[in-house]
Design a protein around this ligand. Structure first.
Ligand code: ADP
Length: 160
């Protein structure tokens, strides 16, 4: 059984993240989406909201589970018996950070490999940061995020 952990903040989940999840399902027996706390002082969505939304989006995907990441990714992976850390790679700007993280994780846990999937055509330009910026000023984010996320963000905005 090949288990992969897909860590990230998913604040909010985008079509780019969804694409990595869907392709990850074809490569691994199980993919655990591990939702990390955000480094920003004020999260756009709380960790509870992010976990709930990821559960909603993946509810018809039996190979996918969603968990909170309160631990180092490599420790979480060991606990879950995962041997792969799954990450998506977009533009050159992702490389430095992703490589540094992969090397450090490998040094801490040599039996766990990082697997990078290149962003798919059509979603490689999407970032959660830009989606947040659009949503915060009331723009329509539905071209960039799964339907359940767009609906939730719209409802949240309409609440007094
Ligand atoms: P982090 O908070 O660590 O930057 P994110 O939640 O933004 O993580 O993203 C998690 C993973 O998904 C990262 O590996 C990131 O490169 C990847 N990712 C984000 N957006 C896209 C996209 N549009 N296409 C492919 N991969 C993406």
């Amino acid at each position: 059984m090949k288990i992969a952990v897909y860590p990230g903040t998913f604040d909010p989940m985008t079509n780019g993240h969804l694409d990595i999840v869907e392709r990850g399902m074809k490569l691994f027996d199980k993919v655990i989406i591990a939702v990390a706390p955000t480094r920003r002082k004020q999260a756009f969505l709380s960790i509870e909201e992010r976990v709930a939304l990821l559960n909603e989006v993946s509810k018809s995907m039996p190979k996918i589970s969603v968990a909170r990441l309160d631990n180092l990714v490599v420790n979480f992976a060991r606990e879950e018996k995962a041997t792969v850390i799954l990450r998506g790679l977009r533009a050159v700007s992702d490389f430095d950070y992703e490589f540094q993280q992969a090397y450090m994780n490998h040094q801490m846990a040599p039996t766990i490999e990082t697997v990078f999937l290149p962003a798919a055509e059509g979603v490689g330009h999407i970032s959660a940061t830009m989606v947040r910026e659009i949503a915060e000023v009331g723009g329509d984010v539905s071209p960039f995020v799964p339907k359940a996320i767009a609906t939730y963000l719209q409802q949240k905005r309409q609440k007094p």
